[in-house]
Design a protein around this ligand. Structure first.
Ligand code: MZP
Length: 500
């Protein structure tokens, strides 16, 4: 028996102390880009994200629709593995089929087309937006296709103004067919447009450009889209059927895999990693986890993990600590694993990215995780709240919620993630089945989170995450100041409830 000489600390127990903010610390200058896979120090990693947010490998969270939306914001989704191989591969393929650019020319559809006809056309063309034209003039914008498996035409009317983020078609401007993306951006911003139709010399529609596309190129430096303009997508795998699942996911186009387990310090993970290296060399990239200490990190890094996921028992829906007494505060886990990552880098010259997974209940927790050395974060509750997550929207007592359940709950029954000794049933639950407050669109919320993270980094005088890891100054919060802060928040909430 050994007792660690420390108290297990959560992310909530730290605050950041500002550093000098220099003139180059402006929002446009802050780079949130992060490596996702192991690489030699000083070299470029094979896979990066522009926004260091990934969505949890969970049925309530990661669908093709969410994957596309998150990729458009520069992050990455891992499609969940608690489903048959062909179903998961189908979801990956749906994301890869989706075309990020929208080039919709010369359709035979007339403005009088029915929604069904437009839906069929969009599905055939695998596009998510169409401009309906009559003799070259735009009459309406139809938005609908998110992925062929997740299509809700009834949500969008064929109308001059479709969806909250679209402006009336009459206000669209036209340009030469050769308009470049930067030129399109100038037009989009000068005219405050969401959609720019590009009309050829013959007066017919050649293509359209969405503001979202350009934002992607400008803000996210095009890192999420590979040459064919396909979005990147990840996929979870398990240590049981990996010999069938991994080839199918690779065939479907998955860009990055991750072994999905509540406890990754096992010979089964080593064997899965070994299989990938022996079968694909470095052609397939795969992360492993979850771990909460340096020994487990080292074991998985030595076994070839491309990244290591940190966190046991901290998930918002997790009851593993109550059921098994296993886990560690997320801050303590990160501090220990980051130290082991440094040691591994010193010894081998190889940098292994770390993902902080679970228990990130507010945006500032993400900032603390990055300050402690996480390269990217994985979020379940955060994404479950949005329109794009696959779970149902429900109304309870006049308020809207989305369903959110743990992979260890009886609802998910993810037996490959929660090993209880065989069979297809969990011996006991490790997760709960509940609700999270509905929060609207992923696009709006991720933009807000990015703005907050950048503001934190500006206060801390860092223009990229690597500098933030090195320069951040953190201070533990005393129980007294924590209680005082909580009491103030509760008081504010009560006043605000009463005033409503
Ligand atoms: P959170 O963002 O909701 O706090 O946590 C999400 C993380 O919780 C997932 O990425 C996964 O690691 C973990 N998880 C998923 N299901 C369970 C469970 O049922 C769980 N216990 O802990």
């Amino acid at each position: 028996m050994r007792i660690l000489d420390e108290v297990s600390r959560t992310l909530n127990e730290y605050l950041l102390v500002p550093n000098l903010t220099t003139a180059d610390c402006t929002p446009d200058n802050i780079d949130l880009g992060a490596p996702l896979v192991r690489h030699h120090a000083g070299e470029e990693p094979a896979i990066r994200v522009a926004t260091p947010l990934t969505s949890a490998i969970m049925g309530a969270v990661s669908s093709p629709r969410l994957a596309i939306a998150l990729a458009q914001c520069g992050g990455l989704t891992f499609i969940h593995q608690n489903q048959p191989v062909d179903a998961q591969a189908g979801m990956v393929a749906a994301v890869k089929r989706h075309k990020a650019g929208f080039r919709f020319s010369d359709t035979n559809i007339k403005p009088s087309a029915t929604l069904g006809e437009l839906a069929a056309l969009l599905q055939t063309a695998e596009r998510d937006v169409a401009v309906v034209t009559d003799d070259g003039s735009a009459h309406g914008v139809f938005v609908g296709l998110i992925s062929t498996d997740d299509f809700h035409p009834q949500r969008h009317d064929l109308n001059d103004s479709v969806g909250s983020r679209m402006r009336p078609a009459q206000r669209l401007v036209t340009a030469a067919p050769t308009v470049s993306l930067p030129e399109a951006n100038t037009l989009i911003w000068d005219h405050r447009l969401d959609v720019l139709p590009v009309v050829g010399e013959d007066g017919r529609l050649q293509s359209i450009v969405l503001r979202r596309d350009y934002e992607l190129h400008k803000r996210f430096r095009n890192e999420t889209i590979d040459e064919e303009k396909r979005f990147r997508v990840g996929a979870g795998v398990n240590t049981h059927d990996y010999r069938e699942r991994i080839p199918a996911l690779v065939e479907a186009g998955a860009d990055l895999l991750c072994i999905d387990s509540s406890d990754g310090y096992s010979v089964w993970q080593r064997d899965t990693l070994r299989y990938v290296r022996e079968t694909y060399g470095d052609g397939v990239r795969i992360g492993a986890g979850n771990v909460v200490d340096g020994r487990a990190f080292r074991y998985l890094a030595d076994a070839g993990a491309d990244f290591v996921k940190v966190g046991i028992g901290g998930g918002s829906i997790c009851i593993t600590r109550d059921q098994k007494g296993i886990g560690r505060g997320q801050a303590s886990a990160l501090i220990d694993v980051v130290a082991a990552r440094h040691a591994y880098l010193r010894e081998t010259g190889v940098y292994v990215p770390l993902c902080c997974d679970g228990g990130l209940l507010s945006d500032y927790h993400m900032a603390i995780a990055f300050a402690l050395g996480a390269d990217f974060v994985m979020l379940g509750r955060y994404f479950a709240r949005f329109d794009e997550s696959p779970s149902a929207l429900v109304r309870v007592g006049g308020q809207f919620f989305k369903e959110y359940w743990g992979e260890g709950s009886n609802r998910a029954r993810n037996v490959t993630r929660y090993e209880h000794g065989g069979g297809d049933r969990l011996a006991f639950e490790e997760g709960v089945d509940g609700y999270v407050p509905y929060a609207g669109s992923l696009y709006d919320n991720v933009a807000l989170t990015i703005a907050k993270l950048k503001a934190t980094m500006i206060s801390c005088g860092s223009t990229d995450l690597r500098a933030f890891h090195e320069n951040a100054v953190l201070v533990p919060v005393s129980q007294q100041s924590y209680l005082q802060n909580t009491a103030e928040i509760q008081l504010r909430d009560r006043v605000s409830d009463a005033s409503h």
